[in-house]
Design a protein around this ligand. Sequence first.
Ligand SMILES: Cc1cc2nc3c(=O)[nH]c(=O)nc-3n(C[C@H](O)[C@H](O)[C@H](O)COP(=O)(O)O)c2cc1C
Length: 161
Amino acid sequence: MVDPIEFRNALGCFASGVTVVTSAGDERGPVGVTVSAFCSVSLDPPLVLVCLDNRTGCIACFTEPDGGFAVNLLADDQREVSNAFAGPQTFDMHGYGHSTGTTGAPLLDGVAAALSCRTHAVHDGGDHRIVVGRVEEVRVDRTKAPLVYFQSSYRGLSEQG
Ligand SMILES: Cc1cc2nc3c(=O)[nH]c(=O)nc-3n(C[C@H](O)[C@H](O)[C@H](O)COP(=O)(O)O)c2cc1C
């Protein structure tokens, strides 16, 4: 039996970036969820995945086959953006500037990169859903350093490549 606290502590030793996964939403407006469980999957075809808690209020916006969503890879000066989208849904993008990507999902201003995706597959992941997205639009700002999440704290990269 795995001790749940030790399990969380072990997972916290894996440094990740931070993303906000957005969707055009429904009649209430657009939605976004802060997600660190993001991973590249395939180059050809271009696939990525995000893991969403089954209890996420707006999860249906991301699991519809061929539905549009975007993965916004936050920059190191966007901790406030991460915190805003980790709270209850407000269906208004919290007032953050954005444009609309090819799928209709919002692309946040000031991010290091953004990927417009179509839902390619959804897999069972225990208390999460594994949502695989087929990437159809890429925006990159290579001048931005990424926001890093490690042991339950935000960090910045101390060294530039
Ligand atoms: C740094 C950070 C990383 C997070 N990573 C994830 C994640 O990978 N998957 C997930 O489902 N929730 C993650 N969350 C929590 C969700 O952002 C939060 O539960 C969600 O926005 C709540 O939405 P709801 O009110 O619609 O349920 C993370 C939160 C933070 C602050």
